[in-house]
Structure formats: C-alpha cells, structure tokens
Write a protein that binds this ligand. Structure first.
Ligand code: SAM
Length: 280
C-alpha cells in the first residue's frame, strides 16, 4: 500500500463507527433489531445529495443502459455501502463493493446483514488501483465521490475497464476542479492537500477515453450541490442537527469539512459532475 493510500485510510477511519451508527439510530427512535435500508439512508450515503443523488444517478445510468435484475455491478470506493444497498435493494442488482478503508468494509457488510441484503451485496477490502477481480467480471461499475482521493486516474480507469465486459456502463459522480484557487482543509475526503487530487472534467474525459470508454452523458451538479447544502443548513437552523446523518461517519469535524466544501463550491472552484460512460 502506498503512503497516500495509508493516509486516506487514516482520514476515513473512525474507530468505533458501527457502534456510533447504531447508537445514533437508537437515539433517532429506530428499532436496531429490525433496521431497514430506509432507516440507514440518512447516514450511509457519503456523497453530496445522499440517497436523492444516488437515485438520480441510477436513473442517468439506466438511460444509457437499462439496469436489469441480477446485473453484476462494481461499486468502487463503496464506503459503508449505502449506494450498494440501493442498487441491490431497489434495482435488484448483485453489487460488489470495494474500499480501501477496512473499517468501512466491515461496517458495510454488517449493515447489509442487518437490513437483509447480505445475499445481494458483498464488500471487499482493496484498492481501486489494483482491483482483485478477473477481466470482464462486471456488467457495470460506478464510483461516487472517490476520484478526489486518487492521483493516478489513468491506472484507475484502465483497471475499471479491465474488469468490465464490453458494452458495460461506468458512472462517475465526483467532485471536480472548475477553476484555479486555494482549497481549505479539512474537506470531507481529505484532512490535508497530500491526499486530495481534485481533477478537472477535461482530464477525466481524456483519461476515460484513453482507457477505452466512450462518454455518453455529462452533467455539472455544482448548483444542485450548493442548493442541497443550503437546504441542510436551513433545516439545522430551524430544528437543530439531525440525530442520524452523514456527520456520524465524518466525525466531530463534519461541520468544518462541509463548511470548507460549500465555501469552495460557492467560490466556483470545485463542484460535483456526473459522467456516464460505456466500455467500448
Ligand atoms: C467520500 S467516500 C464515498 C463513499 C461511497 N462511495 C458513498 O458515496 O457513500 C470515499 C471513499 O473512497 C474510498 N477510497 C479512496 N481511495 C480509494 C482507493 N484507492 N481504492 C478504493 N477505495 C478508495 C475511501 O476509503 C472512502 O470510503
């Protein structure tokens, strides 16, 4: 494992994440012996827009290639598995998640078991830069807010292309660079600049094409993202912070991480973009 990968793991590792999630769900009035995927959704989707953004993203993928039941999907940088459970539970796919952070992989598996999705989701520890899967193993892949941690996007996209069957879809929803300017840390994906590699859309396009992908759809989501955070902030001002939300995963520095992200987006420096590609 590289030094960067080790630092990325350290950034994301909470230490007692599963218990913290269960405690918060209990405080939110949930019966933790009978949890559902819907109970988890406010806190297990670690990207801008949460479940709402995942649903829209899935619809965008489906517009390029129908998401068929039992489709084998790879979730790259799956975190604690919220998107994987959405694609498994609502779109009836078989989802394999891979993530660099061992604690996230363990929590993802534990949460899937609790909501009855252990048979349709599996979670593996590993790096997106050396995927532990044979060539052509998957019918589709996606990556939500992961590329910001990976400098070598060329190797990343070649690895993804390798494990996809010809014609497979690959969706990306990453925070990308829109304008030069200083980013302030911590950000949700990185405690300092050493593990943050936010690239522009042109670099994504070029490296995707070189790796064997045709780009079918592209959508800038910066305005959506700013609006999402402003609404969250307004709700918190009105009724206080939610008991269970992504702040449990991000830990005590969540407000400053989100504040720095919103500030950088409002200054026009960065913002999420969706890309939907097809393996050629
Ligand atoms: C911001 S979280 C997003 C998690 C998930 N995709 C979601 O939307 O809920 C970024 C995730 O990428 C993972 N990650 C970062 N670099 C990675 C790499 N080289 N290989 C695999 N996973 C990586 C991190 O461990 C973390 O779980």
């Amino acid at each position: 494992m590289s030094t960067v990968e080790h630092s990325v793991q350290v950034h994301y590792t909470h230490g007692r994440l599963e218990q913290a999630i269960l405690d918060a769900l209990e405080r939110a009035g949930k019966d933790i012996g009978r949890l559902t995927a819907a109970d988890l959704a406010p806190g297990d989707e670690f990207h801008i827009g949460g479940l709402e953004a995942t649903i829209e993203f899935a619809d965008r993928l489906a517009a390029v290639k129908p998401i068929a039941p039992d489709m084998r999907l790879l979730d790259i940088g799956c975190g604690i598995g919220g998107p994987a459970r959405y694609f498994a539970g609502e779109r009836h796919c078989k989802v394999t998640g891979i993530d660099l952070t061992p604690e996230y992989v363990a929590v993802a598996a534990a949460l899937s078991s609790r909501v009855g999705l252990a048979d349709r989701t599996e979670f593996r520890h590993g790096s997106a830069l050396a995927l532990p899967f044979p060539d052509g193993r998957f019918d589709g892949a996606y990556m939500l807010h992961v590329g910001m941690n990976i400098a070598d996007k060329s190797t990343l996209f070649h690895e993804v292309r390798r494990v996809l069957a010809p014609g497979a879809i690959f969706g990306i929803y990453d925070v990308m660079r829109e304008k030069e300017g200083t980013l302030y840390f911590p950000l949700p994906w990185s405690s300092d600049p050493a593990t943050s590699f936010v690239a522009g859309v042109p670099a994504y396009r070029e490296k995707l094409r070189q790796a064997g992908f045709a780009i079918e759809k592209e959508r800038n989501r910066r305005a959506y993202a700013i609006d999402f955070f402003r609404k969250v902030r307004a709700r918190i001002e009105q009724s206080g912070p939610p008991v269970f939300a992504t702040q449990i995963v991000m830990g005590p520095t969540a407000p400053v991480k989100v504040g720095n992200l919103l500030d950088a987006m409002e200054r026009g420096l960065i913002g999420p973009t969706e890309l939907v590609c097809r393996a050629v």
